[in-house]
Design a binder for this molecule. Structure first.
Ligand code: SF4
Ligand code: SF4
Length: 713
């Protein structure tokens, strides 16, 4: 009885505030609705983006990346912290709602949370509030004392965000204290012996406050109860309405951002969604020039960025001092949106972004390696935006000097070196090679079913031609009927497209598609991950394509390829190999294991992993026409990469991409490792180690390896 009396008395303490509470509710919700409506204004003016397809895939993404916090543990301390806070918020949502409702209707109980279930929930959420509170304290100390470098804001990107972060963390801590004070004051007013089920969770924040408040008189507890309620309500609505003004907006937008995230890796956004290639000449301008040219999803990305710095921490361009930090691509655009779409007054001004918030060099500095997107816990996209910004610059005739010549050559000769088309197959004419392997140029009549798509760098670069010969040798060894397009092949256009030259890309693609169709093949193999990605994702209506490493791995597993030991000669005994994942084979196409399986199948091969490997691989610097671009940088990416290999204890870097080979071999010299370290392509290594004498009859079966396992597209 005593306890029940106390409850009614406690409720009566809220009575004088009912009108005030109701007013705060109405005002808080109205403010929030207004703020969100204003924030949505640019999205409504933005370009279309069809992200309403494949709902099951999207829900799967939400469950994995949002609800499951999949990417957070990649950074252990902050990841665990975020998971605890996120879980706490999810658990506390119903409690916060109940507390808000109690101010209006004292008898309010959340459906399903009455009786025992309610008491269990209260205990769980007492601990949740405590954990969130402690996490806030820890996060504040971490920000102020340990200052993780990835949060630092370089002077060129404006002022530090620490104060804002501390303010928000403190607000959440206050919300937890208010919630706990409310529960503690109420519990302290109840004689625990009479109402044991009302007991607070032992050692939780509400419990500690209850113990501290137990000597207080009922009127004092009533005042604290009222104060706790008001503080909770105030902090709750302040947070709700303040969040859309800074990084904490991601709390509201992240669920939607993950749901509408890009579903297909390796693909590139078309120039304009809903506009076919044939209609492109009717489009006024290509790409993004002004903020309003972004798609609504890309704007949602800007709002959703949590400023955690993981993208920039993994960006190779940022690591070598290029003027690009992906985090600030988002932050600057978000600040632009806030400034030009204010809460009151006229919105938007359509000012150019380049030379406005972004510099040309910043946008050209990206290698499209995908490390930023791989790392972002909220699935913020960068490559499509950067390519769109490049398309906008190209549309304005804004092409970096060093790229003008290769682009012209691509237009006139189909390769960036300006070499004659008829020389494209010259790499097959090496005398030693011709003794073992005759590479035919395909036409419909020669009965080949496999096209080896060579692409420009392997066709024309003297050093890379060896990769071409090794690849052809492997295909020959497997007994497959293959050929090349020869002079009929043009550059795949992969880099051209990522550079932003869509029209040139379309011309190259259309030419190649016709040539591939004319060759009458049923499958394509390439040793160039850039060509692989283009053929797989940028081309349509062509046979399935795979990278040579996939084919070799399958042949090894099937026993069709055997290797001699790598340490057969004395000079090879001290070799330690490491595999460098090319971005367009690994991150963009998820081929991580096949090259490693091949290496591990070579007897005697000692292999170590670099610290940054697989989906955290560090770009060599070759993507996005970067071989021809001279960026402002403090150090070459390739140099950083070979240093990583040396740190791992390796002296042979194996890669599976001619672009990587150019950069890594060059970097070995620049880094001073010449004579101590070498680089080799996987196909070259396989070519060297393969046992060519096969048991009689075995060779004829080899084409089955291709037949069985070429993946569907
Ligand atoms: S884009 Fe993603 S990874 Fe980069 S700062 Fe924002 S939330 Fe963090
Ligand atoms: S794609 Fe690579 S280079 Fe470009 S911003 Fe992202 S991490 Fe940096």
């Amino acid at each position: 009885m005593e306890g029940l009396l106390a409850i009614s008395q406690m409720s009566s303490f809220l009575e004088p505030g009912r009108t005030l509470f109701l007013t705060v509710h109405v005002l808080g919700l109205a403010c929030f609705a207004y703020i969100v409506a204003r924030r949505l204004t640019p999205l409504l003016r933005a370009n279309p983006d069809p992200r309403f397809d494949r709902p099951l895939d999207r829900v799967g993404k939400v469950l994995k990346f949002w609800f499951g916090q999949w990417k957070h543990p990649r950074y252990r301390t902050s990841g665990v912290l975020h998971i605890l806070i996120f879980t706490g918020f999810i658990l506390l949502a119903a409690r916060a709602f109940s507390v808000l409702m109690v101010g209006v209707s004292e008898s309010f109980v959340m459906p399903g949370l009455s009786g025992k279930a309610g008491h269990v929930y209260d205990i769980v959420t007492d601990y949740a509030a405590t954990i969130v509170f402690l996490c806030m304290l820890f996060a504040i100390v971490r920000r102020l004392v340990f200052k993780p470098p990835r949060y630092v804001v370089p002077a060129k990107y404006g002022k530090a965000h620490t104060a804002d972060a501390i303010f928000l963390l403190s607000l959440i801590a206050i919300l937890m204290v208010a919630d706990s004070l409310f529960a503690a004051a109420r519990a302290a007013a109840l004689p625990s012996s009479a109402q044991p089920v009302e007991a607070l969770a032992v050692f939780s924040l509400p419990w500690i406050l209850q113990v501290a408040l137990s000597p207080a008189s009922l009127p004092t507890l009533g005042h604290l109860y009222f104060a706790g309620y008001l503080l909770h309500q105030g902090a709750f609505y302040f947070l709700l309405c303040y969040r859309p003004f800074g990084i904490q907006f991601h709390v509201e937008t992240s669920l939607f951002n993950v749901y509408f995230a890009k579903l297909d890796r390796g693909t590139l956004k078309p120039v304009r969604w809903g506009v076919s290639d044939e209609q492109l000449d009717q489009v006024k301008s290509f790409g993004v020039n002004t903020f309003e040219d972004f798609t609504w999803k890309h704007m949602l990305d800007f709002y959703s960025c949590a400023d955690c710095g993981r993208c920039s921490d993994n960006c190779p361009a940022n690591a070598v001092g290029r003027p690009l930090s992906p985090r600030f691509i988002s932050i600057k655009a978000r600040d632009y949106a806030f400034q030009h779409y204010p809460m009151f007054g006229k919105a938007g001004n359509g000012a150019p972004l380049i030379a406005g918030i972004y510099s040309e060099d910043e946008i050209w500095s990206c290698t499209t390696c995908g490390a930023c997107e791989e790392e972002c816990p909220l699935l913020v996209e960068y490559i499509d935006k950067i390519v769109d910004l490049r398309r906008g610059m190209i549309d304005d005739g804004n092409v970096p000097q060093s790229l003008q010549k290769p682009l012209k050559a691509l237009e006139s000769r189909g390769n960036p070196y300006g070499k004659m088309e008829k020389k494209r197959a010259d790499w097959t004419n090496a005398k030693d090679f011709q003794q073992d392997c005759r590479v035919q140029t395909l036409d419909h009549k020669n009965g080949a079913d496999t096209l080896y798509f060579v692409d420009s760098i392997t066709s024309y670069d003297d050093r890379m031609q060896s990769i071409g010969r090794a690849t052809a040798g492997i295909l020959e060894h497997l007994g497959t009927k293959f050929g090349i397009l020869g002079a009929a092949e043009k550059d795949s256009g992969h880099e051209v497209r990522r550079f932003g030259e869509e029209t040139l890309f379309m011309a190259l693609r259309n030419h190649n598609v016709d040539a591939i169709k004319a060759a009458g093949v049923t499958r394509i193999v390439t040793a160039d991950p850039h060509a692989f990605n283009a053929l797989r994702h940028d081309y349509k209506d062509i046979p399935p394509v795979e990278h040579i490493s996939q084919l070799i791995a399958r042949a090894v597993k099937a026993g069709k390829i055997r290797f001699k030991p790598v340490d057969g000669k004395d000079k090879d005994k001290d070799k330690v190999y490491t595999y460098h994942d090319p971005c367009y084979l690994g991150r963009h196409n998820q081929v991580y294991d096949d090259p490693r399986d091949v290496l591990d199948a070579i007897p005697g091969l000692k292999r170590v992993e670099m610290q940054r490997s697989r989906d955290r691989s560090f770009c060599c610097g070759g993507g996005g026409l970067m071989l021809f671009y001279e960026p402002k940088e403090e150090q070459r990416m390739g140099v950083k990469r070979v240093q990583m290999a040396a740190e791992a204890g390796a002296n042979v870097i194996v890669t599976a991409c001619p672009f990587c080979m150019v950069n890594i071999e060059d970097a070995i010299k620049v880094a001073g490792f010449e004579g101590k370290m070498t680089a080799i392509d996987l196909a070259e290594l396989v070519g060297e180690q393969i046992v060519r004498e096969s048991p009689a009859g075995k060779l004829e079966k080899f084409p089955e390896v291709l037949q069985e396992c070429v993946p569907g597209r």
